[in-house]
Ligand binder design. Sequence first.
Ligand code: RIB
Ligand code: NA
Length: 318
Amino acid sequence: MKARVVIVGSYVQDLSFYVAEFARPGETLPADLRPGAGGKGFNQAVAATQAGVPTLFIGAIGHDAAGAGARDFARQHGVRAEFVVKKKEPTGVASIAINAAGQNQILVALGANLALHIRDVPIRPLTGAEVVVCQAESDMKTAAHVLRTARRQGAVTIFNPAPMHAKVDLAILRHVEVLIPNEAEFVALVNRSPRSGLKNFTTEALLRLAPDRLHALCRTFNVPIVIVTLGARGCFVSQPDVYARVNAHGVDAVDTTGAGDAFVGGFAAGLVKFNKNVFEAAHFANAVAALAVTRHGTASGMPTAREIARFLRRRDHA
Ligand code: RIB
Ligand code: NA
C-alpha cells in the first residue's frame, strides 16, 4: 500500500531515566531506566502508523547496536521505515530525565541524523504522499529540500520546528503549509521573525494574549496554517480567515516526553482521515497526545487507532 503520510526525520535511541526530582548540578541520583525507540521523526511516524494511516518513515541510523534496535522496533510495531545506514556516524542517542510530575529534560546527540543528505532521500515516496512532515532534528538543508519537493507535488507539508535552534532558517517556511511549534518554539520564531515586530516576546506574554492578537502573530509567518501546541491547554489553530482554540482532553500524565510528537503524528494522520479538515485533525491529535502522556516512553507509548476511537467516544459523550 502506498504511504499516505511520509515523515523524514530523526531516529534516536532513548534512555529514559525516571527520577523523583531532577538532579541539581553536581548531584548523583538513583533512577529507573527504560530504554526505548525515539527521535521526534520516528515518534511521529509511529503515532501516525498506529493511528491507522499508512505511513513511511525515512531517516538515518548508524552501523551499530542502536541502529539494529531501530529495525527491530519498526518490524515489531509494523512501522514502515527506510533507514539509511551511515558508516561513520553513530545512531542518535538521548538521555532523558523524567520527574514525578511527568516533566522531562532531554539531552540528545543526533549523530547519523545530521548526516541524512538530500541524495539519501528517495523522491518517489514524496511524490505520492498526501502529507509530508519534517522536524528540526535533521540537516536543515535536507528538510527544506524534502518540503520543497513535496509541496511542488501537491502534498500538504508540515514543519515542526522542534527543537528550535540557530540553524532553523526562517526561509524554510516558504515550503510549509502547516507550521506546528510548541509555546517555546513559537516564542523563538516570533522573536526571530522581522515581520512580527517583536524582540522580547516571552511564553508568559504568549499565554496572556487575546486570541485575535495570537492569530495576528501567527499570520506574520506567512504560512497558510499555524498550530501552536499548548500542552495541557490544547492547541491554537490559525488559518487566514478563521482561528480557534481546540481544547485538550484532561488526563493524568506520567511521561510527557514525545507529547508534541504524538500531536504532530496524530495531526498528520488526522488530515488524511478527515479529508484535510484541520480542526477535526487537531481534535484527533489532542486525543493521541493525551493518551501518549499517560504511558511511559516515547515511540512505545503511542496509542492505537482503537484506543483513540474508544477514548474519543467516551470524551465526546461525557
Ligand atoms: O520529542 C521527544 C524526542 O526528542 C525523544 O524521543 C528524544 O529522542 C528527543 O529527540
Ligand atoms: Na509517553
